[in-house]
Design a protein around this ligand. Structure first.
Ligand code: SF4
Length: 377
């Protein structure tokens, strides 16, 4: 391959056709870093409003470091994968204390910060500091495997893709080149129906020559997504609602949600399961009268279906010993346990309705309560 011709064709195309994205108007390493963290596992269109809102609240690295974790999680709410927000918060604090408030420019140092792996380090260093560092993400893997007709599983041969990206890098303008390679994957060299006819580098592409572009990159079959069925109780008393806070480590740590337990559809009644779960806890009795609302959401490898029952308390407020979680036995229960269910009732608190909007919650619940507060439910 004539590398210079390839680089020139790609960069020229990028300069003419790149999407106008807010983080492409800045070289501020804090903002580039923020955009890269938000873009992990998340679509560009979803990220844009979050990115803009975030910068209104936290215009500088210092403002992130000074904020409380609750405020950070609340601003991130709805974007998912909350460990990203938590890591970004810790990393900003570390940049303030260790690196004089600056984003480190050294590849080793920057990767010491929480949440920054090799890809993110490459993106920040090349785009914000113009350092000749390659990067490899899903888009780059697709483009490279097609350009060089690489018939190897990218998950097992990561090193190969990093070597190839390094060889191909345009060292005079690494930031532009890296973005161009990713942009090609995102907009032209797409997973299905790649637009080879209008591709600026089609004359270099071995997969196109061999007619195998749709078969690459090789991807071993994925396991079917599992659905986890959950029953939740929306228990109200005196203008307050009972919510539990997640204490266990994980990306949802610190988030609030209603008491929830798993059930096996067709074998168990969701209503019975949540009633039994709550009724273990001291002198309360709930009355589940209405049809439940159903919330559907996804969490790493799982689809979650919540049946949310409105419940009233008869008798006393919850008190007494919190029930112990029994050892889980079935596969469904084990899956639910991995996801943090049943919720830990020892963390339950009565939350005044007016405070609901300010508590960090997993996206599906945040949306649900927002609609409720607006009176839509
Ligand atoms: S020619 Fe087609 S397969 Fe090859 S890089 Fe371009 S879009 Fe992708």
């Amino acid at each position: 391959m004539d590398k210079l011709r390839f680089q020139t064709a790609l960069i020229n195309w990028f300069q003419r056709h790149k999407r106008d994205l807010p983080w492409r108007h800045t070289k501020d390493p804090y903002k580039i870093w923020l955009s890269e963290i938000m873009l992990q596992q998340t679509q560009v269109a979803t990220v844009i409003p979050y990115y803009q809102r975030w910068l209104e609240k936290f215009p500088t690295l210092q403002s992130v470091a000074d904020a409380s974790e609750d405020k950070i999680l609340k601003t991130w709410e709805g974007l998912g994968y909350y460990s990203r927000a938590r890591n970004f918060h810790s990393a900003c604090k570390e940049a303030i204390s260790k690196y004089d408030g600056k984003v480190p420019e050294d590849i080793e140092e920057i990767q010491q910060l929480p949440g920054i792996g090799r890809y993110t380090a490459g993106a920040i260093l090349s785009i914000a500091f113009n350092k000749p560092v390659p990067l490899v993400d899903g888009n780059v893997i697709r483009v490279l495997s097609r350009l060089f007709a690489i018939k190897k599983d990218p998950r097992r041969f990561q090193v190969l893709f990093w070597e190839q990206a390094e060889k191909l890098l345009f060292k005079k303008e690494p930031g532009t080149f890296n973005q161009a390679l990713m942009e090609l994957g995102a907009t032209v060299c797409t997973p299905t129906n790649p637009s080879c006819l209008i591709c600026p580098v089609n004359s270099f592409c071995l997969a196109k020559k061999q007619g195998i572009q749709e078969q690459l990159p090789l991807s071993p079959k994925r396991a079917k997504t599992q659905i986890v069925h959950l029953a939740s109780a929306l228990i109200r008393q005196n203008g307050k609602i009972l919510l539990c806070q997640r204490k266990q480590p994980g990306h949802l740590k610190g988030m609030w949600e209603p008491p929830t337990v798993s059930f096996i559809p067709k074998k168990e009644s969701a209503q019975r399961k949540i009633e039994d779960f709550i009724n273990q806890w001291g002198a309360i009795e709930i009355n589940t009268e209405e049809k439940p609302d159903v919330l559907k959401t996804s969490r790493t490898h799982y689809r979650l279906h919540f049946s949310a029952f409105r419940a009233n308390i008869r008798g006393q407020s919850p008190s007494g010993t919190v029930p112990k979680i029994d050892s889980r036995t079935t596969n469904d229960e084990r899956r639910a346990t991995v996801l943090g269910y049943p919720t830990d009732l020892s963390s339950a608190e009565w939350i005044p309705r007016k405070d609901l909007a300010s508590l960090p919650m997993p996206g599906a619940w945040a949306k649900f309560f927002k609609a409720e507060l607006k009176g839509a439910k």
